[in-house]
Design a protein around this ligand. Structure first.
Ligand SMILES: C[S@@+](CC[C@H](N)C(=O)[O-])C[C@H]1O[C@@H](n2cnc3c(N)ncnc32)[C@H](O)[C@@H]1O
Ligand code: SF4
Length: 346
């Protein structure tokens, strides 16, 4: 069973901050702690996904060391994602261990993105570890549609998870992928529901990641269109609010809540990119939309000290690209990138 030794993995080697060739300081790390999931969302995975062999996946203490190396290099915000982070065995030991960086003041925020299925079980422990807010992905409030989208998920379980998280005082942002012909008519209801419960909502455009066995074009719904339609029903006021992510926010006058739009396909957000992603095998992706990557597992496992790891991180950030070039291949109906979102965690 994985376990994490508290405290002993901190790196003291070097406090140099990570700045990429375009002057962007890298202060936000998203870590996919597992490629596995208890759902099979249609836009994310094929139903018969094959998962990584266990030996390839970093142990919890290795993930801790990796995250801590980035924190030592100036990362201020850490998001655990997946796959589904809360199905990783022993995950709460990692969350609890990483929280030492919150206590030391080196980290501003420790958070996670979850499908909510295990939240009822873990909400209290997550809150106790110093996590203040989390993202929960939920595309519909219709139980039948929820089952159709997630294939294996149960809406009730996720709603119970959201209840539990709010009950312990965790702030929640709901993420919903806008899906043509599936939840597009339901979005006003989703907004009213989320805002009515004090949760912001962010809409996400489907991104062409990974082979999923269905045509992307069938799912793709441009958020420019969604926004235009919502504007007929609600008063949307542009606001400056940023969460360090790519979402652009509006205030919905009727509900008083915030609504975000993540539009990788129709709007380029790369110029303000402050983030990188690590997979559960220790592969560092400098850009969600590019294939270039650096293997951090090898330097991590090569030595107990962090020097090799830190050098590999520095070298990789030195080649972070300026931006992505997502494009749905309309002629061949192929994804722009072969890897799935569950690999890099969104
Ligand atoms: C890959 S999931 C990982 C965390 C967790 N399992 C969850 O669903 O929140 C992170 C986010 O990516 C989104 N996502 C997955 N595949 C996507 C795709 N092809 N395009 C856009 N968003 C996607 C999901 O809806 C979710 O909000
Ligand atoms: S979006 Fe999240 S919940 Fe859905 S299959 Fe992907 S990793 Fe699992």
């Amino acid at each position: 069973m994985d376990s994490v030794q508290l405290g002993e993995l901190d790196s003291t080697a070097g406090r140099r901050e990570l700045v990429d060739p375009f002057g962007r300081a890298i202060t936000y790390l998203r870590v996919s702690v597992t490629d596995r999931c208890d759902f099979r969302c249609v836009y994310c995975m094929a139903e018969n996904m094959s998962f990584l062999p266990k030996a390839d996946v970093l142990r919890l203490e290795e993930l801790d060391r990796l995250c801590s190396a980035f924190v030592a290099r100036g990362v201020r915000k850490l998001r655990l994602t997946g796959g589904e982070p809360l199905v990783r065995r022993g995950i709460m030991t990692l969350v609890a261990s990483l929280s030492r960086h919150l206590h030391s003041g080196q980290l501003d925020e420790l958070t996670l993105t979850t499908n909510g299925s295990q939240l009822a079980k873990y909400a209290e422990a997550i809150k106790a570890a110093g996590v203040r807010r989390i993202n929960v992905s939920l595309d519909t409030l219709d139980a039948g549609k929820f089952r159709a989208i997630t294939r294996w998920g149960a809406l009730d379980q996720v709603l119970a998870g959201i209840d539990a998280a709010q009950a312990v005082g965790l702030k929640i942002k709901i993420n919903a992928v806008a899906l043509k012909g599936v939840n597009e008519d339901e979005l006003p209801r989703l907004i009213e529901w989320a805002h009515g419960r004090g949760m912001d909502l962010t809409l996400i455009e489907v991104m062409p990641l990974g082979e999923i066995g269905e045509g992307r074009l069938d799912q793709y719904l441009p958020l420019s269109m969604v926004r235009a339609r919502l504007a007929e029903r609600f008063s949307l006021e542009d606001i400056d609010y940023r969460t360090g992510g790519p979402a652009r926010y509006v205030r919905v006058a009727e509900t008083g809540g915030k609504l975000g739009f993540i539009t990788p396909m129709t709007h380029n957000f790369c110029e303000s990119c402050n983030r990188v992603r690590v997979t559960c095998t220790g592969t560092l992706f400098m850009c969600l939309g590019q294939d270039d990557a650096a293997d951090l597992r090898k330097p991590l496992r090569a030595s107990e000290a962090d020097d090799l790891l830190l050098a590999a991180i520095d070298e990789a950030i030195g080649r972070k690209p300026k931006g992505h070039d997502f494009i749905i291949d309309r002629r061949h109906r192929r994804p722009a990138l072969a890897r799935h979102m569950s690999v890099t965690g969104g």
